[in-house]
Design a protein around this ligand. Sequence first.
Ligand SMILES: Nc1ncnc2c1ncn2[C@@H]1O[C@H](COP(=O)(O)OP(=O)(O)OP(=O)(O)O)[C@@H](O)[C@H]1O
Length: 862
Amino acid sequence: MVESFFDSLNEKQSQALRVPHDTVLQVVAGPGTGKTKLLVSRVAYLLLVCKLPPSDIIVTTFTKKAANEMKERLEKMLIDHPEIDLNRLQIGTFHSICFKYLKFYGKYIGLSKNVTIADTKDQRDLITTAIKNLDLDNVKDKRNTINEVKNFILKQKASGLFPDNVVTTTDTEAQYLQVYYEYQRLLAKHSALDFDDVLLHTDKLLQVRPECVSYVKHILIDEFQDTNDIQFNLMYKLSKYCSNSITIVGDADQSIYGFRNATYANFKKVETIALQRNQRFVKISLDQNYRSTNAILRLAENLMRHQTTRENKNLVSNNNLDTPVNYIKHRDEYDESCFIANRIYKIVNDPANKYTYNDVAVIVRVSRTFLAIEIDLTRRGIPYRIVKGLSFWELKEISMAVDCLRIVALNDWLAFKRVIEWFCAGCGAKLILKIEASVYSPEINKNDNVFEIVKSYVDGKLSGATAKAKQSLKQLISVIENCKLEIEKLTTLQCFEYIMTKFDLIDNVLKKKTSKKDEAEILSDINANIKELKNQIVNYDPEKDDLLQKAHEKTFIEQEMLNGGTDNKESENINDTIVDSSKLKFIQQFLEHVHLAEIVSSEVENDKGKVTLTTIHGSKGLEWSAVFIPSIVNNILPSKFALDQHDYFAPDSLIDEERRCFYVAITRAKEQLFLSTYDVVMNDIMVAKSSCFLDEIPKSCYKIISSFVTPSPTYGLGGMYVVQPKTFVVKKIVRHHSTATNIPPTVLGSTGMTYNPVTGAVVRPVNNNQPTSTYIKKEENTDDPKKPNLLSTSNQIMNNTLNQISTFTKVKQEGKIYKPTVKTTVPIQNATTLAIDNMKRPTKKRLGMGRPISQYLTKKKL
Ligand SMILES: Nc1ncnc2c1ncn2[C@@H]1O[C@H](COP(=O)(O)OP(=O)(O)OP(=O)(O)O)[C@@H](O)[C@H]1O
């Protein structure tokens, strides 16, 4: 099996595969050249041919999903080799691998075995507390300042700097540094590490106890262009005992994490270090592309040639298809989204393509672009999924639900504090600060955990709580006690539901949500997200995690014994450990698992699949047959930040990183690529201008296609767009004759604009340049009873429908003032559409949730 897999590699891949393992091997190659395929094969080669034990190999991937996929591929390849225990292979993100080291060896640098991860909201809370504690002149707990301090700390950590090593140059920086010290103190107090600390502490551990990794024989790193300084240093520390036997693969052109201090300059550094250390160094580049057509590759290369600090690539496509890249200039984003939905429908339903919706992706630079596209996909009835990332865990309902789980299963003040804030009436900021002081106080008995300390306020052993506060704290204590007691009798799902009910989660989330949306919409959002969380819990398999953890611990224990015995008696008998299968333990494991996990949707797919909507950063390493890249306009791609900060003389400017983002998006496409843009002028001001990157691409690299949008076959859709309803005087009812079906009548208002008679929204034809014959053919006053109704069946359908709409009656009376209302009763088949037309643009935050609009629409159905 595995031999046939090795045989499927091309000559250069094969050459890289067989490089002796005690070498620094660098595979730098373009997109779709089979780097990941090679990396998986190389692991198999090291195991089978070089006979390295799986426990002695470390493989780092960029996401957990990539690690899972790689493992699955290896399992298939090595199916005939059951003697190789792949559970002992150390594969995962840098963070997850390092966290395992810290859990086991953290004792050598003063970390508790129960060390946990502080997530983003914990980080924010702790930075705020640190700022409050210090009460400095220049640093106050204001939103902007908190963000600035957070960025300052992140930057230091990404460079591998603990507070003691930071050098400051200004007064403000010196104060930020003080916050950094205080923040670290608070983290330590909670036995918590933030994400960057995981790497920083591992670096420290390996400095103090390098022998912890003396068994490691080879380290492989995927997506090397996105490693930052601390990861770079860790790579050398982890491979210290195997003469830096390293395989790194990556592509400098796909370096898009500069904002996290990642740099592709690390490729060059590896080479220089290898030369300095006289190490065996092999650099191989792959130029056969197995993904994209030549047209796509040519366009991508022409774009990238505008980055001056780059070596040209000459990728050769393996795909003979001569489909051109399509370029479309739309009038605005609404026309664009309508076009995209129509085109997706067309290409998936074209039997020549044999695509399902799974083969199509819309890749955007910023997630707010999803909205218009979501609307049109919904109108077209096209199923889609939004790739959710870590942002899912930051949603209010999700973080509140997770906090409930945390205070039931862990003794965790950070979560406790937040839950007291929303659950306990009468507990003001002052009391919470007092409880917090008790939690942090060295005088309070160390054995008293957070739960006991809160209880002391209820019992009056500690003073400061009013009668009302005591009552609500008592209720919280009793809820926690009940949950602990009851959940052991329940199934996983029941257990989750029990906890959520006891904390009255939905009601409490509703109280916390500050949105102008009506309650039904908010509720629909919340329920959908909680459902996803439920799926995550139900599908979580602690045994799999357990198995992996035990396998790794076994490696660590063996290693520790080789290094001179262990004082870790409890872990010696790892094989005999009784598995704790309690629900409490299950929740603890789940919480640990989610801390380092991005969300991999648990939705079950149907046959037709779903179109993927993803950001460029989320599309890394993936591929689709057809890719749409919308909104290629300045301030989106490249981003406003990059344009504002652009330094034309800088060798690797932010604009270059934006260009690489564009490149990553382009090179996800296998066969069909649609680039689209628009220029929009409003009140003589240019509000959107097509991207400067498009000017960099020679016209010969793409085919310009018409932006004509076929109106979609439902009322009020295709080719129309909606702005806020306004009051106006009805001048005329306008009927349209159209080649398309179901074009409804519209109303000409005193404003000179044309309105949707139902919603009062402004409508306009698709394209100003469009010949009237294809869209608006004729206007007439249909209120004249003598005039025969010349309209097509579509209008009859509409008339039947509209007769049931109360507002339409008003519209029919010309000269009357029409005040459009969104509260219109409409028959079910049009309700969905109506809901879309009247829908307010979701906020950025709401978009971040990745909540498909379809869920909203179901609620709107009458
Ligand atoms: N030797 C080969 N023969 C046939 N197909 C191959 C070969 N190598 C890679 N491929 C295929 O090419 C596609 C891209 O491979 P892979 O994802 O490994 O590329 P990559 O270099 O990691 O891409 P990216 O940098 O864009 O993530 C995959 O579908 C893979 O199966």
